[in-house]
Design a binder for this molecule. Structure first.
Ligand code: HEM
Length: 535
């Protein structure tokens, strides 16, 4: 009677041992496989999951630092393998030779592509950031003519002057008087939002006011970009299912897009009304939205409200977030590099002291910088470029391969491959910027005191080739004007222990803003620079 039981037990143990052996063999196989793969790709590809576990580690820390570290180990290019069920496979590169190939030499082979368009379509629609081919070309041409017109330049100079002197500085002054710590990023976002609306749609939304009003649109816009970025790190089938079932992040996205749409629709409705009045003989307008409203599509019909909505949303994204987050990182870097701030102050005093009939007493709070003076500020231009090198407003960008090709570094590219170019990582590579690549050193941009620009394929903060940022000149002018006006009057001190980290979004916001106290600039400090300038 005991025999069969012993047999059963032996059989059971034997089975157990076999399972254990199989498991050990499998583990050894995975380990060897992973180590071999790691040699090739720098990241461990797990069966079924691909390199997803490594990506998750990156997402839990600082994703941009993680990409930089992997790219540094892999000489500037690596192939990311996602799980078998996902659409995360892509090539990530920071090699300037590849960038030139991608953005200029073989530009037609690398559109934004179906995957990108599909992922951001709910938010950006067919707007310029999300368009290829004819749709892109038409918007680019129209916007380019407008951006380079004298009228537009005049409009941008005047609107910025008004915003800085009648809104930004009074708001800062009132906060200084009340000794209240401010979120500088929030204030700058308000400034650039009002500014882009004024130049792109001729509308002043009045975000930057003394009472710093709650702007539901701004919150909705931030939530929408954040949720859209989440789609890039989620398998397509998963986010599509979540969208269908209206769950989690997708639910939030839908809600925030609704608020964004309402804002854009309101702008379009108001403008249409104004255009009708214009026909009846009131004042003429010539902002970007009006220009598009006067155009006809390929069927000779006016553009649809949906397309006009896309144009609005894309220009807000282009003009609002980029300059304000760049300025926030710039002020954060100044805090750690007080000598750079001192040099900027010295430059402002030197440039202004060249005015005819300038008197010492003119160097006070009422001083208003002039456009031609802003253009002479090469050191400030260099310092902003240096901030954008280390903290590019668009930290990564995306293209898709439409025909088999090979990168100059030898990487084979199959049709349909997604290519990520890591702009943040490019700014921090020793191979591109030298041993001091991590230092904030505006001098690297100067020769004999004059600003010298870098190749767009090394310094890709404004993109390059046919899709070079259309607002680059305006952005520099805007950032220089706002920065110089603030630095001349105030000293900034970031609140102690305030965490400064990037947020995962389409543009590189500071996750917790930039909480700081402002103090009036010491008059003696200004007078000293003035004495030096007048020597
Ligand atoms: C520091 C400020 C800025 C930075 C770093 C910046 C950066 C960029 C980048 C990286 C792109 C390429 C995006 C892509 O194709 O995926 C881009 C495109 C563009 N930018 Fe800017 N930008 C800035 C400010 C502005 C401003 C203020 C405007 C307008 C008011 C503007 C208008 C545009 C437009 C219209 C495009 C689309 C160009 C195209 O696809 O043909 N940008 N910008």
């Amino acid at each position: 009677m005991t025999k069969p039981r012993t047999l059963n037990l032996s059989l059971f143990l034997l089975q157990d041992v076999q399972i254990l052996e199989i498991l050990i063999a499998l583990l050894v196989f995975i380990l060897i496989h992973s180590l071999r793969q790691r040699k090739h790709h720098g990241l461990v590809p797990w069966p079924l999951l691909g390199m997803l576990p490594s990506l998750v580690t990156g997402l839990r820390t600082n994703i941009y630092e993680w990409i930089t570290e992997v790219l540094n180990r892999q000489n500037g290019t690596f192939r990311f393998k996602g799980p078998w069920f996902s659409s995360l496979n892509c090539i990530v590169t920071s090699d300037p030779r590849n960038l030139e190939h991608l953005l200029k030499t073989k530009f037609p082979l690398f559109p934004k592509g179906y995957y990108f368009r599909n992922t951001v379509k709910d938010l950006l629609g067919d707007g310029i950031f999300n368009a290829d081919d004819d749709t892109w070309q038409k918007q680019r041409k129209t916007a380019s003519i407008e951006f380079h017109s004298t009228k537009f330049r005049q409009l941008t100079t005047e609107s910025l002057f008004e915003l800085v002197h009648y809104r930004l500085l009074p708001v800062l002054e009132s906060l200084v008087k009340k000794s209240i710590a401010i979120d500088l990023q929030d204030i700058l976002l308000r400034l650039t939002f009002d500014n882009v609306c004024m130049i792109a749609f001729g509308v002043d939304p009045g975000c930057l006011r003394l009472d710093l009003p709650e702007i539901p649109f701004a919150k909705a816009f931030e939530d929408a970009t954040e949720a859209t970025v989440f789609r890039f790190v989620t398998p397509t089938c998963v986010w599509k299912a979540m969208r269908l079932l209206n769950l989690g992040v997708e639910r939030k996205l839908k809600k925030s897009i609704k608020a964004v749409d309402e804002f854009a629709e309101n702008v379009i409705r108001t403008r249409k009304k104004e255009l009708r009045l214009e026909c009846e003989g009131t004042r003429q307008r010539s902002d970007l939205l009006t220009v598009f409203m006067r155009l006809k599509d390929e069927n000779g019909r006016p553009y649809s409200d949906k397309f006009l909505r896309d144009i609005c949303v894309n220009f807000i994204l282009a003009g609002r977030d980029t300059s304000s987050v760049a300025l926030s990182w710039f002020f954060w870097l100044l805090q750690q590099n007080p000598q750079v701030e001192e040099n900027i102050l010295a430059e402002i005093c030197r440039v202004v002291s060249q005015r005819k009939d300038i008197k010492r007493e003119d160097f006070d709070n009422s001083l208003r910088l002039r456009p031609e003076e802003i253009k002479q500020m090469d050191y400030l231009h260099a310092a902003l470029s240096e901030a954008l090198r280390l903290y590019p407003s668009v930290p990564v960008d995306h293209k898709e391969v439409v025909q088999d090709d090979t990168f100059p570094d030898g990487t084979a590219l199959k049709k349909g491959t997604k290519v990520i170019y890591a702009i943040y990582a490019m700014g921090r590579m020793e191979s591109i910027w030298g041993k001091d690549c991590m230092q904030f050193r505006p001098e690297r941009w100067l020769r004999d005191g004059r600003f010298i620009s870098e190749s767009a394929y090394k310094f890709t903060a404004f993109n390059g080739g046919p899709r070079l940022c259309l607002g680059k000149d305006f952005a520099y002018y805007q950032m220089k004007y706002a920065a110089a006006s603030i630095i001349f009057r105030y000293r900034l001190k970031v609140v102690e222990k305030h965490p400064v980290v990037p947020k995962l979004a389409l543009t590189m916001y500071m996750k917790h803003g930039l909480k700081a106290n402002l103090y009036h600039r010491d008059v003696a400090q200004i007078q000293k620079h003035l004495e030096d300038s007048l020597k």
